[in-house]
Design a protein around this ligand. Structure first.
Ligand code: NAD
Length: 496
């Protein structure tokens, strides 16, 4: 079979894995279509990449931030020129429909221009000193080499959320992309290289999590780790990094609720539920996986939601008219199947879908029917655990207060949505929902790059992408300049 062969990027050179191992990147809509062969790297490749990044840091940190930002700006232009090509590559490697992969590339473009602006900010503070003839200020300093570990569901947007702010702050990077989506990271970094990024400033190590991700977390020269992925792996990453007191930014799973009150615009709530539940085949950290319906509208909502879900067209995301692409791989199909079985055993009712699609045009891919489970109660596993597939649970409630309580009764806290025309309830929900993001009259998905992105509880550990990323990728230095020409002792010489 002929397909392109890709290599790791280390110190500006494209190199195979030292151990010689490779892995295939397959199209989930047609597993006979090999997108490419990529290195399956190990600790020795990571060590080389970290050493190259460390060397590059010595000069990159001294490049003025506005100049670093110019490279991001040029990369943004290159991405916009290649938007359709890169989106097609992305649909081929992970399945979501073309309109959505175009959006994924657009997010990286938006991030490039947003973060490029930071090159002329990166503000610190000046403040009075308590002593005479002494000047006090704080400045942001880069951390050094940062390790970035990313998932497959937003394979260009998420690497851009990490790489661009890390770079503008003066750090050098080693990125380990998800094994299912190496090509989109390759494309993103290609744009950076052509935009003028010096060798060694960004290094890519392709490979499996335990083989290539874990050594990156543990490497003593890696000063910080930014991880997006599952809460299970995030917990491992945090524990390993803690042994070296390494800062870690964790963005993890979700079990996001859309609440629909009796007074809501029902058609709008239905549009939101379909898009939030089945967009990206339900494989978004912010996907709507629980819909909480007030009893007055529940029956009407359910019958319309089921009817519209059954009309969704499932297929290859590159084909016109397809609403829902494949799941990314066979393991994700197994997870969807497993959770439908668990839900039914616990008393939920299957209202639509529920099965893998395996016949005809679906035979070579990993497709799952858009699925709705009714009669779900808050204590069932399907109401509490992340599926990461096209599986939506419906729960019913009497009062607004009860809806907030159900929405908050889980371990995750990423995104929430409320549909209502009651402004008082909208603001009460904004205050009381335990989540990093709350939408009013809009679905749980649709974040914009210039706001903080992240969650609470088991979704995150307090850091944010977007607005807030600069805080993670810099450390503060406080600077005191004494121009009194004598020893001045703080807290002592000026004591009253
Ligand atoms: P995952 O946790 O399986 O993998 C994420 C990354 O971690 C991959 O690159 C993987 O190779 C790597 N990895 C795996 N084991 C590792 C180890 N032992 N040490 C170091 N790295 C390791 O997640 P996934 O399946 O790629 O993505 C889906 C998950 O990501 C979902 O839970 C989803 O909610 C979450 N996610 C969260 C956000 C967010 O911003 N909150 C965004 C997208 C996805």
């Amino acid at each position: 079979m002929t397909y392109p062969r890709f290599h790791n990027l280390i110190g500006g050179k494209w190199l195979p894995a030292i151990g010689g191992k490779t892995m295939l990147n397959l199209n989930p809509a047609n597993n006979r279509d090999v997108v490419g062969e990529f290195p399956a790297s190990g600790a020795e490749d990571v060590a080389k990449a970290v050493s190259a990044a460390k060397k590059a840091f010595a000069t990159w940190r001294l490049v003025p931030a506005p100049k670093r930002a110019k490279i991001l700006q040029r990369a943004g232009y290159l991405l916009s020129v290649r938007k359709e090509e890169y989106a097609r590559d992305m649909t081929r490697e992970m399945g979501k429909v073309l309109a959505e992969t175009l959006g994924d590339v657009q997010e990286a473009i938006d991030e490039a221009f947003y973060v490029a602006g930071e090159g002329r900010r990166l503000f610190g503070q000046t403040t009075p000193s308590e002593l005479q003839n002494k000047f006090a200020m704080s400045v942001r300093m880069p951390l050094g080499v940062v390790g970035l570990i990313t998932p497959w569901n937003f394979p260009m947007a998420i690497p851009s959320w990490k790489l661009f702010p890390a770079l503008v702050c003066g750090n050098t990077c080693v990125i380990k992309p998800a094994e299912d989506t190496p090509l989109s990271t390759y494309n993103l970094v290609q744009a950076l290289i052509e935009a003028g990024l010096p060798p060694g400033v960004v290094n890519i190590v392709f490979g499996l999590g335990p083989d290539a991700g874990a050594p990156l977390v543990e490497h003593p020269d890696v000063r910080a780790i930014s991880f997006t992925g599952s809460s299970e792996v995030g917990s491992l990453v945090a524990q390993r990094a803690a042994a070296n007191f390494k800062p870690v930014s964790l963005e993890m799973g979700g079990k996001n609720a859309q609440i629909v009150l009796d007074d809501a615009n029902l058609e709008l709530a239905l549009d939101g539920a379909l898009w939030g539940g089945f967009g990206t085949t339900g494989q978004r950290c912010t996907a709507t996986s629980r819909i909480l319906l007030q009893k007055g509208i529940a029956a009407k909502f359910i019958s319309r939601f089921v009817a519209r879900t059954k009309k969704l067209s499932v297929g290859n995301g590159l084909e016109k008219g397809v609403d829902v692409g494949p799941q990314v791989n066979a393991a994700q199909i197994e997870t969807s199947k497993k959770y439908v079985a668990i839900a039914l055993a616990e008393g939920a009712k299957l209202l639509a879908g529920g099965h893998p699609l395996t016949k005809g045009a679906y035979a070579k891919g990993t497709f799952f029917e858009p699925t709705i489970l009714g009669s779900v109660t808050p204590t069932m596993r399907i109401a509490r655990e992340e599926v990461f597939g096209p599986v939506v649970s419906l729960l019913e409630f009497d009062t607004f207060e009860h809806a907030i309580q159900i929405a908050n009764s889980i371990d995750y806290g990423l995104s929430t949505a409320l549909y209502t025309k009651d402004v008082n309830r909208a603001f009460t929900a904004i205050r009381d929902l335990e989540a990093g993001i709350t939408y009013i009259n809009a679905p749980t998905i649709g974040a914009e790059v210039h706001l903080p992105f992240g969650g609470v509880k088991q979704t995150g550990n307090g850091h944010r992408e977007g607005l807030g990323a600069i805080d993670f990728y810099t450390t503060w230095k406080s600077v005191y300049v004494d121009f009194s020409d004598k020893l001045q002792r703080a807290q002592i010489d000026n004591a009253e």
